[in-house]
Design a protein around this ligand. Structure first.
Ligand code: HEC
Length: 457
């Protein structure tokens, strides 16, 4: 059921695009080959509960239908183990070798930031962007306290390139053909992604951190009124931890209120450290994707979100064991044990799943569900896409979908088609042998992440 509608994307028609793009390569939808990138495959460690990727769809759907939380969690940890382990070839986590938006959305390739990235050629893997997360676009500038980067594995990235899903004209044409065919709503979709597709979204602070900075920690809260937002800089002061030099060994739980930067997955830069606050993973093992999210916590071994983490043979000792996890394959299940307070009637009891460092900052984000929002990713030439928090499954007969082509749950495809992809504020460049550097913003698409830093930093 819809409780809030936020229209973040304006009405723009296909004819408008055709006029603007007349004569450009984009009009022909010619995909540009990515350069200097070699996406490496997931390698699920032996000893994992689900060592063969992809897991059979029927097995996963059966687990979903029986709300078998334990097995669904084991599956999510297995996928995580397979993509956070250092790749044998480049020595960085597998997901970091994957395609970026610049690689797969050919319309962005002429952007100066993307050109700089593509120009790096062989040494360039180990360079990516920190973006303003569009989910938080409704917030005042000072409250956008995190940055994000999306990574597409080879199969997902090739699908966008090979099917020209980056090209507005291709989506307009598809939509027009479906109109002519009077296609039923269930068939009004882009060609579905292949089963081996994985897309990851990494969540970082909006600036590199330094020893002495403070980091907000999420200790579960439930909403008391509707419409609440919980950006990290509003979380209780008493839960904040002061960061210490990464040369200090990580000790969790911390003995006081200090924690080493080495407790996080870290990318050093010239002027501080990018620390990984969270990671979203979606896999196309089932037609509606599997959804999991991971967030850093100083007590990573406690509670329901720590459950089923595999042993150190599978996820080796180190920073990757310091993240909590939640997973779902549904807008609704596994049902929540929690009381509902005011949101009785607004999908009370249906699965809540969010990453505190990202979606908690959205209005009603702490009762959101990944699939609840991503089911609405679409392209509609005369219409909008709704990125507000809603609860539960929206039937395909809902007028929201009419006249639209759905984008197989990918918001980045939808946003790119509407031309509303966010700016790339900061590019982080690093090569294998040298210390990483952060480049300053260098073009018009770039903007600051907001003047005010996360509280305490
Ligand atoms: C209220 C809306 C909303 C919710 C809830 C939400 N997302 Fe997203 N998500 C987005 C938007 C918008 C983007 C596009 C971001 C961009 O282009 O950078 C996105 C992007 C992503 C991507 C990159 C692939 C894509 O769609 O382009 C992944 C992976 C992802 N989200 C996973 C998750 C997971 C896992 C959850 C739940 C824990 C979640 N999301 C919850 C709105 C949402």
């Amino acid at each position: 059921m819809v409780i809030h509608r936020q229209m973040l994307i304006l009405t723009i028609g296909c004819i408008f695009f055709a006029a603007v793009w007349a004569g450009t390569a984009a009009e022909q939808c010619v995909s540009l080959e990515p350069t200097g990138v070699n996406p490496e495959p997931i390698e699920v460690p032996t000893g994992s509960a689900y060592p063969t990727f992809p897991t059979e769809e029927s097995i996963l759907l059966d687990l979903r239908n029986r709300q078998n939380t334990v097995e669904l969690r084991k599956h999510a940890w297995s996928v995580y183990a397979g993509i956070v382990r250092d790749s044998s070839r480049s020595g960085v986590p597998v997901w970091e070798t994957w395609y970026l938006k610049c690689d797969v959305f050919s319309n962005l390739a002429s952007d100066p930031s993307c050109q700089a990235l593509r120009a790096r050629k062989d040494e360039r893997r180990g360079a990516f962007f920190m973006e303003v997360p569009p989910e938080l676009s409704g917030l005042p500038a000072g409250q956008k306290t995190v940055a994000t980067t999306i990574f597409f594995n080879k199969e997902a990235g090739r699908h966008i390139l090979d099917r020209q899903l980056w090209c507005q004209k291709a989506l307009c044409d598809l939509n027009g053909n479906l109109d002519k065919l009077h296609a039923p709503q269930a068939e009004r979709m882009i060609p579905p992604f292949p089963r081996r597709s994985i897309v990851v979204k990494a969540i970082w602070p909006d600036d590199p951190v330094k020893p002495g900075d403070k980091i907000p920690v999420w200790n579960a809260l439930w909403p008391t009124t509707s419409g609440e937002t919980h950006v990290p800089n509003s979380w209780p002061d008493s839960d904040r931890l002061t960061l210490e030099n990464p040369s200090i060994p990580c000790q969790l739980p911390p003995s006081g209120n200090r924690v080493s930067i080495s407790c996080f997955y870290t990318i050093p830069t010239g002027n501080g450290y990018w620390i990984l606050l969270g990671l979203h993973i979606m896999t196309k093992e089932v037609s509606g994707w599997t959804w999991s999210t991971f967030w850093w916590h100083p007590r990573p071994d406690v509670g329901r979100y720590a459950a089923e983490r595999p042993d150190e043979q599978v996820i080796s000792k180190g920073c990757w064991r310091n993240y909590l996890m939640d997973t779902t394959l549904s807008t609704d299940t596994p049902y929540e044990p929690n009381p509902c307070n005011w949101w009785e009637g607004a999908g009370c009891g249906k699965k809540v799943m969010f990453n505190p460092y990202l979606e908690a900052g959205k209005k009603d984000g702490i009762i959101s569900n990944c699939v609840g929002c991503h089911q609405k990713a679409l392209f509609k030439p005369q219409g909008f896409a709704d990125q507000g928090v809603t609860r539960g499954k929206i039937p395909l007969e809902d007028s929201y979908f009419s006249g639209a082509v759905t984008t197989d749950y990918l918001w980045s495809v939808s946003e790119n088609a509407y031309g509303t992809l966010p700016a790339f504020p900061t590019m982080v460049l690093f090569s294998r042998n040298t210390a990483p550097q952060t480049s300053p913003p260098s073009n018009s698409r770039q903007r600051r992440l907001g003047g005010q830093k996360a509280a305490g930093r």
